[in-house]
Design a protein. Structure first.
Ligand code: PLP
Length: 419
C-alpha cells in the first residue's frame, strides 16, 4: 500500500497512504480519474472550489488575462484586474475595511495580518507583541500561522520555535462565558501587551469543524474594541458564502480590524490571498518615513491572472443564483442531518450554512483516528471524495452540487458508519 512517490504530497503519510489518484479533468462537482471514475468532490477540493470545477467563465477570464498581462512587479506598478478586485472586495466586506493587501495563500494572508497588527503598534510607539488565539484554531502552516494555531502533533517538531500565544478555551455550547472570562482575565492582567486576537469566525475548520454562535463572536469583538486590541478575522475557509452569508462576520454584525481571505477568492482556480485592513492600521504605516513602510511582499503579489480569476468568480456571484444554491445546500443539510440526530452512531451533528459535520462514535477519536481513513476509503469506493478530520466527518460541497448528489454523499456516510 505504501507509496514511495517522488512527489511529496501535503498532509500525507506516504508510509501509509494509498498511491495518489490521478485526476485528468474536472467539471462541476466531479473529478474525473485516469481510470474512468467520476468522483463527487464533497469537500470542494480542500474548501477552495466554491462554484464547482472548471467554471467556463473563470477559465475564459484566465486565458484572456494570460494573453494580455500575466504578471508585473506590484511595487510601484499596478493593473486594472487588481484595482478592480480590491474595490469589489471592499464593497463586499463588512464596512470599515478600507485597504487590501494581496498575497499568495491563506497562510500568507494570516502572516500579513499578524505583521500588520504588530507593526501598527510598533509604529505607534507602543509596542505590543503578544497575540491571542482560540484553542483548536488553524491558520496555516507557515511559522507565524502555526504559532497562532492549535499546538499538537502537526507542529510538535517546531514548538520551541513558535512565538508565545495566549489561547482562549474554545467556546463550547453553554460554556461561552469561560471564553469571555479568559479574554477578560488576560486583558486585565496585561492591558497594554496584546496586539490582536485572531480567530476563525463561527467555524473552526481544520480543528474539527467546531462551531460557535454569532453572539459569542460579537461579544469577543466588543471586548477587543473596548480594550484596544485588534480583531483579526481569518475568513480563509468561512469566506465567500461558506457559512450562509458572504462572510461569517456579517452574522455577528462584526467588522474586524483585519480580515484574511483566500481559498474561494479565485473560485478555486488559482492561489491568492488577501488581507483587508482598516484605515487605522494603514495609517500607522502611512508616513513620509521609509522606515514605516510595510516591508512585506512575495514575487507574485497581486498577480494579474489570479486577480482576473477572482474578478470572474465575483462575476459568477452577480450573474448566477449563488445565494439560492447556498440556501438550498443549507436546507438539504438540515433535512439529512435531522435524520442522523437520534442515531447512536453519530454525535455532535451540526451545521453552519453549507458546512455540515458530525462525529462518528468510535473506539478511537481525534485527528489520527483510524475511523476517518476508513470512512474516506469507503467513500472513495463509492466515488465520493470525503476527507474526515479524524472521527469528524464533514461535507463542504461546491455550490453547484445538486440535491441528489448531496443525498448520495449522505447515503455513503450512513453506509460507511454502518459498516
Ligand atoms: C481558516 C484557515 N486559515 C488559513 C488556512 C491556510 O490556508 P492555505 O492552505 O491556503 O495556506 C486555512 C487552510 O485550510 C484555513 O482553513
Amino acid at each position: 500500500m505504501a507509496d514511495r512517490s517522488p512527489l511529496w504530497h501535503p498532509f500525507t503519510q506516504h508510509g501509509l497512504a494509498d498511491p495518489a489518484i490521478h485526476i485528468t479533468r474536472a467539471e462541476g462537482a466531479y473529478l474525473y480519474t485516469q481510470d474512468g471514475h467520476a468522483i463527487l468532490d464533497a469537500i470542494s477540493s480542500w474548501w477552495v472550489n466554491i462554484h464547482g470545477h472548471g467554471h467556463p467563465a473563470i477559465a475564459k477570464a484566465i486565458a484572456e488575462q494570460a494573453a494580455t498581462l500575466e504578471q508585473v512587479i506590484f511595487a510601484g506598478f499596478t493593473h486594472e484586474p487588481a484595482e478592480r478586485l480590491a474595490r469589489r472586495l471592499l464593497r463586499l466586506a463588512p464596512p470599515g475595511l478600507d485597504h487590501v493587501f494581496f498575497s499568495d495563500s491563506g497562510s500568507t494572508a494570516v502572516e500579513v495580518a499578524i505583521k500588520m497588527a504588530v507593526g501598527c503598534w510598533h509604529h505607534r510607539g507602543k509596542p505590543r507583541r503578544k497575540i491571542i488565539a482560540l484553542e483548536h484554531g488553524y491558520h496555516g502552516d507557515m511559522f507565524g500561522a502555526m504559532a497562532v494555531g492549535q499546538r499538537g502533533p502537526f507542529n510538535a517538531a517546531y514548538e520551541e520555535m513558535l512565538f508565545e500565544v495566549a489561547f482562549l478555551p474554545f467556546p463550547e455550547k453553554g460554556a461561552e462565558e469561560k471564553t469571555l472570562d479568559a479574554l477578560k482575565a488576560l486583558l486585565n492582567a496585561e492591558p497594554d501587551s496584546y496586539a490582536a486576537l485572531i480567530l476563525e469566525p463561527l467555524v473552526l475548520g481544520a480543528g474539527g469543524m467546531k462551531m460557535y454562535a454569532p453572539s459569542l463572536l460579537k461579544d469577543l469583538a466588543d471586548l477587543c474594541r473596548q480594550n484596544d486590541v485588534f480583531l483579526i478575522a481569518d475568513e480563509v475557509m468561512t469566506g465567500f458564502g461558506r457559512t450562509g452569508t458572504m462572510f461569517a462576520c456579517e452574522q455577528a454584525g462584526v467588522t474586524p480590524d483585519l480580515m484574511c481571505l483566500s481559498k474561494g477568492l479565485t473560485g478555486g482556480f488559482l492561489p491568492m490571498g488577501a488581507t483587508l485592513a482598516s484605515a487605522d492600521i494603514y495609517d500607522a504605516f502611512y508616513a513620509a518615513d521609509r522606515a514605516k513602510t510595510f516591508f512585506h511582499s512575495s514575487s507574485y503579489t497581486g498577480n494579474a491572472i489570479a486577480s482576473a480569476a477572482a474578478n470572474a468568480s465575483l462575476d459568477v456571484w452577480e450573474s448566477e443564483p449563488v445565494m439560492e444554491r447556498i440556501a438550498a445546500i443549507g436546507e438539504r443539510h438540515a433535512k439529512r442531518l435531522a435524520g442522523l440526530k437520534g442515531d447512536a452512531r453519530f454525535a455532535n451533528v451540526r451545521q453552519c450554512g453549507t458546512i455540515a459535520a458530525l462525529e462518528l462514535r468510535a473506539h478511537d477519536a481525534g485527528y489520527f483516528a483510524n475511523v476517518g481513513a476508513t470512512v474516506a476509503r469507503a467513500a472513495l469506493v463509492a466515488d465520493i471524495l470525503l476527507r474526515p478530520l479524524g472521527n469528524v466527518v464533514y461535507v463542504l460541497p461546491p455550490y453547484c452540487i445538486s440535491q441528489s448528489q448531496l443525498d448520495k454523499v449522505y447515503d455513503v456516510i450512513e453506509d460507511a458508519a454502518r459498516a
